[in-house]
Design a protein around this ligand. Structure first.
Ligand SMILES: Cc1cc2nc3c(=O)[nH]c(=O)nc-3n(C[C@H](O)[C@H](O)[C@H](O)COP(=O)(O)OP(=O)(O)OC[C@H]3O[C@@H](n4cnc5c(N)ncnc54)[C@H](O)[C@@H]3O)c2cc1C
Length: 413
């Protein structure tokens, strides 16, 4: 059986792994020079820079199925968040994992006592709710869900908005409440973490599990027609079955214009002598006038992110509008306002503009029906955009594409 998988992102790596488990030796074609797709880490000036701030949630069922957290040497974030405002900052001590701690914050200006009770109630309710039930719940926006649930505007502005803007990469919390509940549940049941040596360690680990896959890097595919896979180097591969991962609209004529747009983000890195956040926590900037949405000292989480002993700060700017030309300077000035440390001490390392970061999925799902992944008897789709923008979804989609493919082999013709 001659199977070609296009794209060695998370979904393609899982697809290749599952094909191997079924006794198939696939060819895995990747356009770039590395595996991982949107999960990548660059080494720049002695710093490890993830391309876009992202975390692995250890409670993801698919991550537990496919990853070895020990081998990845996961470094955990301290649960909760720090709310950063000019002239002061205050911690939300673990509102997600240990809701009882929130009661200690009765006098904090984060939200009302009712809000804290509601966070507790929601966490408890989601612990009991199955993931499938979450994704079958009404497809309303996150902001509507929070208001319907009775949260005050104060806690929405101070905590929920910046926290989930940083996750959904959009400003209005229009993203489905299904995704909100799923992520909230995952935060409550595990940890946010990064591998000691950067996010690239995740796809590298998945690659290391492949024993019978022919991986071809630097091999862009230009089109798929019938059973033929056309490569940019003019080679044509004949395949019995084809799995297309990532956005497929540039490969298949029939899907042109059918894939939803993506949310984008700017991720800026600065170095500083030392961290100004007390713990390895996500810092949130709730003030809408600021460009910055969230910051993290990656070196507070894993020292390995800096080879020179300096602190490495990751800043996310979530904007739907044109970004000013002097973004680095403006962000450094905002960092000064937040920390009291002069802007000139924040040394800019690199800025990433990630235009296609997260798919804007209208009907967020947890799982895929075979009919959603099979588009011909021999062509199958995988990728997070089919479900929701997450590692968990990318992994599920890779597995489901292979299950659908195997069914077509077993079916009598
Ligand atoms: C900034 C950012 C933050 C994120 N934060 C989180 C987070 O905190 N938690 C979380 O769970 N998820 C997060 N995600 C989402 C997560 O990274 C993705 O859901 C996941 O990596 C998607 O994997 P994929 O295989 O579906 O797609 P991709 O990673 O896009 O993989 C597709 C692959 O196909 C290759 N390819 C495309 N076209 C061709 C072609 N013609 N020929 C050959 N190869 C081709 C590409 O080069 C790529 O390697 C984040 C993503 C970004 C970008």
């Amino acid at each position: 059986m001659n199977v070609v998988v296009i794209g060695a992102g998370i979904s393609g790596l899982i697809a290749a792994y599952e094909l191997e488990r079924a006794g198939i030796k696939p060819i895995l074609l990747e356009a770039s020079d590395r595996v991982g797709g949107r999960v990548a880490t660059d080494e720049v000036d002695g710093f490890l820079l993830d391309r876009g701030f992202q975390v692995l949630l250890t409670a993801y069922p698919e991550a537990r199925r496919y990853l070895d957290f020990e081998v990845l040497k996961l470094k955990k974030f301290y649960p909760g968040a720090l709310i950063l405002k000019p002239g002061g900052s205050f911690a939300i001590s673990d509102p997600l994992r240990n809701p009882s701690e929130v009661f200690g914050m009765v006098f904090s200006p984060v939200g009302s006592l009712f809000d804290k009770l509601k966070i507790y109630k929601l966490t408890k309710a989601l612990q009991k709710k199955q993931i499938d039930d979450i994704f079958n719940s009404p497809n309303i926006s996150t902001i509507q869900f929070l208001r319907d649930y009775g949260f005050s505007e104060k806690i929405i502005t101070n905590f929920f908005k910046p926290f989930f803007k940083g996750i959904f990469l959009e400003n209005e919390l229009k993203t489905s409440a299904r995704m909100f509940q799923f992520v909230f549940k995952m935060f409550g049941e595990g940890f946010a973490a990064v591998p000691e040596n950067g996010m690239q360690a995740i796809p590298d680990y998945l690659k290391s599990k492949l024993e019978h896959t022919e991986l071809r890097l630097n091999t862009p595919v230009t089109k798929v027609e019938g059973h033929q896979v056309f490569l940019k180097n003019r080679e044509i591969l004949q395949a019995d079955k084809i799995i297309i991962t990532g956005k497929p609209d540039h490969l298949l004529q029939q899907l042109k214009g059918q894939i939803n747009p993506y949310h984008s983000v700017f991720n800026l890195y600065f170095s500083l002598e030392k961290s100004f956040l007390a713990r390895p926590m996500i810092g949130l900037v709730p003030d809408d006038k600021f460009l910055i949405n969230n910051i993290v000292f990656m070196t507070d989480v894993s020292k390995t992110y800096s080879k020179k002993g300096k602190a490495l700060l990751s800043v996310s700017v979530v904007r739907d509008v044109e970004t000013p030309e002097n973004l680095e300077k403006l962000v450094a000035l905002e960092l000064e306002a937040i920390s009291g440390i002069k802007a000139e001490f924040f040394k800019h390392v690199k800025t990433y503009e990630i235009k296609e970061a997260l798919p804007d999925v209208e009907e967020m799902k947890a799982d895929l029906a075979f009919t959603n992944t099979k588009i011909h008897d021999h062509i199958f789709l995988a990728g997070d955009y089919l479900l929701n923008g997450s590692f968990n979804a990318a992994m599920t989609s890779g597995r489901k594409a292979v299950e659908a493919l195997l069914l077509t082999i077993q079916e009598p013709h």
